[in-house]
Design a protein around this ligand. Structure first.
Ligand code: 5GP
Ligand code: ZN
Length: 136
């Protein structure tokens, strides 16, 4: 399989690694949104949240928690965004699941966490919730 993140995990493509355990690999994003932007990936290839095993999902989040603390301290961030994209419509470019850890500072100019707040239609919100619940 021709997956760029699998090649990074295998060391076939260089990366700036910050963490590795049996199931998870973490490295610095090559096009950082800001200082400390880090990617966390499962070692077993899974394209997205729909494909990853429950155990690997747990392992990835475990590493994300540990790394978030280290990154926040390491770059003295005021906060952290955790972002994970699934599918082209959601902006996913690399089809190997990855969690972005993005350090944030007050007034850093990064806009990913700001969207216009508009009160929703409660009937519509409840209708959609029912559609979700029948799929669980
Ligand atoms: P997404 O798929 O969530 O949109 O983002 C893919 C991320 O992977 C981007 O932030 C991009 O900068 C990063 N990326 C793509 N190719 C490489 C690479 O070869 N090395 C590293 N370190 N990051 C990469
Ligand atoms: Zn892969």
């Amino acid at each position: 399989m021709d997956c760029i993140f699998c090649k990074i995990i295998q060391g076939k493509i260089p990366s700036v690694k910050v963490y590795e355990d049996d199931n998870v690999f973490a490295f610095m994003d090559i096009n950082p949104i800001g200082t400390g932007h880090t990617l966390v990936v499962p070692k077993t290839h899974a394209e997205d949240i729909f494909e990853i095993s429950e155990q690997d999902a747990i392992e990835v989040l475990r590493a994300v928690r540990i790394l978030s603390t280290a990154i926040k301290k390491g770059v003295q961030a005021d906060g952290i965004n955790i972002l994970q994209l699934n599918g082209k419509a959601a902006g996913q470019v690399v089809p190997h699941l990855h969690v972005h850890i993005i350090p944030r500072w007050f007034d850093d100019g990064i806009t990913i966490s700001h969207w216009p707040m508009k009160a929703g239609d409660m009937d519509k919100i409840k209708e959609v919730a029912e559609k979700i619940k029948v799929e669980l």
